[in-house]
Design a protein around this ligand. Structure first.
Ligand SMILES: NC(=O)c1ccc[n+]([C@@H]2O[C@H](COP(=O)([O-])OP(=O)(O)OC[C@H]3O[C@@H](n4cnc5c(N)ncnc54)[C@H](O)[C@@H]3O)[C@@H](O)[C@H]2O)c1
Ligand SMILES: O=c1ccn([C@@H]2O[C@H](COP(=O)(O)OP(=O)(O)O[C@H]3O[C@H](CO)[C@@H](O)[C@H](O)[C@H]3O)[C@@H](O)[C@H]2O)c(=O)[nH]1
Length: 475
């Protein structure tokens, strides 16, 4: 089949390449000519594992082409996927639909054949209905254009495999023709047994927003438990493991730490809150305000713990920041918890050096102040504190002994609960993490294990100390 994919960012570039990979003739369209030039040359304009390979394969095979021309798109196919951004509005929690509207306003008058416009962007429930009116009022006489919604559930870092082997396909359609067309598009997946849920557009739109709200709620739930762990001496990692053994709960999305960020979960729960208010059911989903607040509190708790470990002041202290992206295996820094923490400690006077395997270019655009290092050792040189903020696998492979030789003081906050604390402590590191008790293997006098920090001098207690922001110990 011939398809167009309009909007070739993190979602659209992958969708276009994967649709070509399953045999369709695909034309990708974007207003960003730099992105289109890169894609046309078979180069991924962002870091996504597996994307370069399928881009090269399919552009070379002639099944995948790119353009900035909507006219070319209208001429090329009668099935058009819309994958443009729906960010949070600057003036409210609501989604900004201007890009989606620009696409349908641009495309509808150009259509000369009956067409199907399939939205994949994440939109507020009710959008398909509004867009249908918009399209119908702009198409030429005699041309029939239907709008359907087919939300996307891919995760960055796994985008190619999630697109080629999704957990489910959800389509919101208003005619048997649209349903048949989408079944044809996804025929290889359906043959492989992927679940296909065909429903009305409102339900399809809502599935997406509900899924992201549920995932965000799970993360904030475990982060709320982490706070209770800090107050009571319990361990959130063991708690999550034990909860996860219950098949009704599951271990996924129960990793406590710095919380969620990215271009999806944060703005999607806020847009849902705004849409629910419009529908006068704001109270029904008002818990999402708390989900958002709990999430942001983890950033503040991490900054507070860092300041505490540095003796109450960031000024004059050097801090190494490991990780800038919102998650590993992506270069995306949109609403990155790591960068938010980095920005705050810079604002409080720390001298920071940031390392990230793939996100430095994007991070520099958002937070231009700090030094960025391509080498972890360089980032950690003379650091008074190391913050592990994004759990890239490279950081799990670090040698704590070697790293302890370059820092000023071997202090670490593992804000993603992803490192092996025993390994780091054996190498002389003082390791702290949200939701985890301070590990005291052999209590010394007064129940306090003392570790001598080389170079910087001064003992660091691994037991809770007065004013410790995570401590449940009496102050
Ligand atoms: N990123 C993800 O993992 C993911 C997953 C599922 C759903 N989504 C949803 O998909 C949508 C896109 O997200 P994204 O992360 O790919 O955003 P993005 O910003 O990476 O990509 C959007 C692209 O649309 C282009 N664009 C904007 N206006 C255009 C227009 N009028 N015509 C053509 N192109 C235009 C931009 O230049 C950009 O390349 C959002 O609604 C998002 O919530 C994203
Ligand atoms: O147990 C967990 C799991 C995730 N996160 C954080 O949550 C954020 C989002 O992670 P993830 O959901 O894996 O990344 P995204 O690529 O943003 O994917 C989400 O958002 C996409 C866009 O809507 C959806 O398509 C996906 O299904 C949905 O998982 C990241 O900051 C993670 O660090 C945690 O803190 N703890």
């Amino acid at each position: 089949m011939r398809l167009t994919v309009i909007g070739t960012g993190y979602l659209g570039a992958v969708h276009a390449a994967c649709m070509a990979d399953i045999g369709h003739d695909v034309l990708g369209v974007d207003t960003d000519s730099g992105k289109i030039a890169a894609l046309a040359a078979g180069r991924a304009p962002f870091f996504e594992p597996g994307l370069p390979e399928i881009l090269i394969r399919n552009t070379r095979a002639g099944r995948l082409r790119f353009t900035t021309s909507l006219q070319e798109a209208a001429d090329f196919a009668d099935v058009h996927f819309v994958c443009v951004g729906t960010p949070q509005r600057a003036d409210s929690l609501a989604a900004d639909l201007r890009h989606v509207e620009a696409v349908v306003d641009g495309l509808a008058p150009l259509l000369t054949r009956d067409s199907l416009i399939v939205g994949k962007s994440t939109v507020p429930v009710g959008t398909t209905r509004t867009l249908t009116r918009r399209v119908t009022s702009q198409v030429r006489p005699g041309v029939d254009a239907e709008v359907a919604w087919n939300p996307e559930f891919l995760r960055e870092g796994f985008a190619v495999q999630d697109t080629l082997r999704p957990d489910r396909l959800v389509v919101g359609v208003t005619s048997p023709h649209a349903d048949r067309t989408l079944r044809d598009v996804y025929e290889p997946m359906l043959r492989a047994g992927v679940a296909y849920v065909s429903t009305d557009p409102a339900t399809a739109e809502l599935v997406k927003v509900a899924a992201n709200s549920f995932l965000a709620t799970k993360i904030s739930f475990i982060n709320a438990m982490a706070e209770v762990c800090d107050a009571s001496g319990a361990d959130v990692v063991t708690l999550a493991e034990a909860l996860g053994h219950d098949a009704r709960i599951g271990r996924a999305f129960l990793s406590a730490g710095l919380g969620f960020g990215g271009g999806c979960l944060p703005k999607d729960i806020r847009a849902f809150l705004a849409r629910a208010e419009e529908l006068q059911v704001g109270e029904a989903v008002s818990f999402l305000h708390q989900v958002d607040q709990i999430n942001h509190r983890q950033r503040r708790r991490t900054v507070d713990l860092a300041r505490h470990l540095l003796g109450g002041e960031f000024a004059g202290r050097r801090v190494a920041v490991l990780g800038a992206t919102f998650k590993p295996d992506s270069d995306d820094v949109r609403d990155s918890p790591a960068l938010a923490v980095a920005a705050e400690i810079v604002a409080q006077g720390a001298d920071i050096r940031v390392h990230d395997p793939e996100g430095i270019d994007n991070a520099q655009l958002v937070l231009p102040g700090p030094s960025y290092c391509t080498d972890v050792m360089e980032a950690c040189r003379d650091a008074d504190l190391v913050l592990h903020l994004t759990e890239w696998r490279q950081y799990r492979a670090l040698d704590p002994v070697k790293l302890s030789q370059v820092v000023r003081a071997p202090r670490m906050i593992d804000a993603r609960n992803a490192l092996d604390p025993a390994l780091w402590r054996e190498a002389g590191w003082h390791v702290r993490a949200l939701g985890r008790p301070v590990h005291v293997p052999t209590p010394g006098p007064g129940g306090t294990l003392r570790v001598t920090i080389p170079q910087a001098g001064g003992p660091v207690s691994t037991a809770p100390t007065p004013g410790d922001p995570l401590s449940g110990a009496p102050k």
